[in-house]
Each structure stands twice: as C-alpha cells, then as structure tokens.
Design a binder for this molecule. Sequence first.
Ligand code: ADP
Ligand code: MG
Length: 207
Amino acid sequence: MVNQEQVLKIIRKMITVIREQKDFLSDLDNVIGDGDHGINMARGFDEIEKKIPALEGKDIGTVIKTAGMALVSKVGGASGPLYGTAFMKAGGVLAGKSQIDIYDFCNALQSAIDGVMLRGKSTTGEKTMLDAMVPAYQAIKREMEESNDAKKAMEAGVAAAKEGVEYTKKIIATKGRASYLGERSIGHQDPGATSFTILLEAIASMI
Ligand code: ADP
Ligand code: MG
C-alpha cells in the first residue's frame, strides 16, 4: 500500500528526475521533433511543484488530478494535453482514496492509456508514449498474476517500458511532429516513450 504522503514523495521524485533528464529529452526531440520535449516536461513539473503545498492532506485522486490540470494549463505542445489527460484520468480512478495498492495503480494506468489514445487519436505502433505505456501496463498485470509481488511487478513494468522505447527506434512515426519525418524517423527513439519510462522508473524506485 502507498499512502497519500508517499504519493507526494513520488511526485517530488518525478519532478527531480524530469529536471535531471530535461536536456536528454530535448536532445531526443531535437532529432525527430522540435527539441522542446524536455523543456515542456520540466515546465509542467515545475508547475506541479507549485501546487504541492496546497495538496497536503488531500486524497490521492485530487493530488493526481491537480497535477494533470497543471500539465494541461502550463505545457504547450502535444505532451502537455496528453500527459495532462493521463494524470487527470488516473486521478479520476483514484478519487477519494487515501491509500492505493498495485491494482489501483494498474486501473489508473489503464485509464491514463485510454485517455491518451482518445485525446491523441493514437494507438501502439505509432512511435509515441503509448509504445512504452501499454507494454508496461501489460507487464505489471502479468507479473502480478505470476508472483503477486508489487515491487517485482513495477520492475517488470519498467523493463517492458524500456523495451518499448527500443521498439520505437525500429518504427516510423505516424503521430505527432515526428510523423513529418516519415522514414527518416527510423533509428531514433521516441521522446515521449522515453519520458514515460523515466517517470515509471521514478515511481518504481519508491515502491
Ligand atoms: P510537440 O510534439 O508538440 O513538440 P513534445 O515534444 O513535448 O510536444 O512531445 C512529443 C511527444 O508527444 C512524442 O515523442 C510522442 O511520444 C507524444 N505524442 C505526440 N503526439 C501524440 C499522439 N497523438 N498520441 C500519443 N502521443 C503523442
Ligand atoms: Mg517537441
């Protein structure tokens, strides 16, 4: 079980890793996009940081939903509305909860994925964040069925997300800015799949 205080700790960890990886994420986006993914993510998580004081003691759903609204309001570019929707959908699933388990996390991740797909009109195999999100979700569920061990499940999720990032190198982007490159997008990893993996790794490190 993860309580509200631990969720705030995890969010602080996310803020830290996004800042650490800001330049790396923008460098990736520079190759197949417009070079702002790290800047966008850092701007969004800076805004989330500002909201934290007002979130002390609030239920986990409210915490995650507020983070999503911060991302939508502050981040230009595709990733703001998409990550914002993901967090808001996840927050909706976790509404009213003061503690959550791995099954709650899975439900929230599933809803986040559905939100991204709907908002982005996208699916897997298009070289986006979904190519890390969906395999991660599937791996977490599979590992829980096999071992019923949340730590192991989160580690399996991170490993699957990393494989998803590797997979994005092999495929052509058909959504987002990278799609303008067509075949020239092959050989390069997707920035959004990479940032999702970094965020999931941050969560897993705290479980
Ligand atoms: P922009 O592309 O507007 O500059 P960012 O650089 O911040 O925004 O984010 C780019 C990332 O957003 C991509 O690497 C990809 O993972 C994700 N993305 C873009 N379009 C979509 C979409 N339709 N569905 C899912 N993810 C998307
Ligand atoms: Mg960009």
